[in-house]
Write a protein that binds this ligand. Structure first.
Ligand SMILES: CC(C)(COP(=O)(O)OP(=O)(O)OC[C@H]1O[C@@H](n2cnc3c(N)ncnc32)[C@H](O)[C@@H]1OP(=O)(O)O)[C@@H](O)C(=O)NCCC(=O)NCCS
Length: 193
């Protein structure tokens, strides 16, 4: 299967449009620069996208992840009534550095203009369903989600996407400078949507 052709969907809510998830492409580079002007995104994520070159590099990292099958990143788009593509509304990623491992990790952000419409939890649920189906035969049974303790919005996303709080996670600088929360979602226990 050509994994870069993967497309996922999340249904609309009464107040927000449906979501389409597809791998990032180089055509997204300009939008990525725009989205990374947001201070909240820069504060809570480690990606340093300052210009077109940085964005192109970031997309190449995502594309290499798909090729190596150890990182599966999706742009999240809100479907528009006119069928046109707007700016990406967010990003979700499955990180599975060890093939055949029982566990993997998820990550996410939502573009500033799209926040508050449950883009992240809905996209995450679509990612989770896909991950457990795509990697079932490969032994995937558990997904972890790590956020800094003071990132209360991210903690809400974890709860809404069905990830239970599992344990406090001590800081591990430089990658993870402050204490955090580990949330976990076990395949057999996940809520049915
Ligand atoms: C955390 C984040 C992904 C939430 O995404 P989202 O798509 O807005 O998710 P939701 O709409 O479900 O909102 C989650 C919480 O964000 C907060 N929130 C709501 N609207 C918001 C807005 N317009 N702006 C900022 N935060 C908002 C609320 O606390 C909300 O919780 P609630 O549903 O109990 O009110 C987003 O704020 C973000 O991208 N933050 C920066 C990057 C980041 O923290 N990534 C996660 C790293 S672990």
């Amino acid at each position: 299967m050509d994994m870069t052709a993967v497309r996922l969907e999340a249904p609309a809510t009464p107040t927000a449009p449906a979501l389409l998830l597809r791998p990032w492409t180089q055509a997204d580079a300009t939008a990525l620069v725009e989205l990374h002007r947001d201070a909240m995104l820069r504060r809570w994520t480690s990606a340093a996208v300052d210009d077109e070159e940085g964005a192109a590099h970031w997309v190449r990292v995502q594309q290499r992840g798909w090729a190596a099958r150890d990182r599966f990143a999706f742009a999240v788009l809100e479907t528009r009534a006119d069928g046109a593509d707007g700016l990406p509304a967010g990003h979700v990623v499955l990180k599975r550095p060890v093939a055949g491992a029982a566990s993997a990790e998820v990550g996410y952000w939502t573009a500033a203009p799209a926040r508050g419409r449950a883009v992240a939890p809905r996209a995450l649920r679509a990612l989770v369903d896909w991950a457990f189906a795509a990697f079932a035969a490969d032994g995937l049974t558990r997904l972890g989600l790590l956020h800094q303790q003071d990132n209360t919005a991210s903690c809400r996303v974890a709860q809404k996407a069905g990830f239970a709080f599992t344990a406090p996670r001590p800081a591990a600088p430089p990658a993870f400078p402050l204490d955090g929360h580990l949330h976990t979602l076990v395949r057999e226990q996940r809520p049915k949507i």
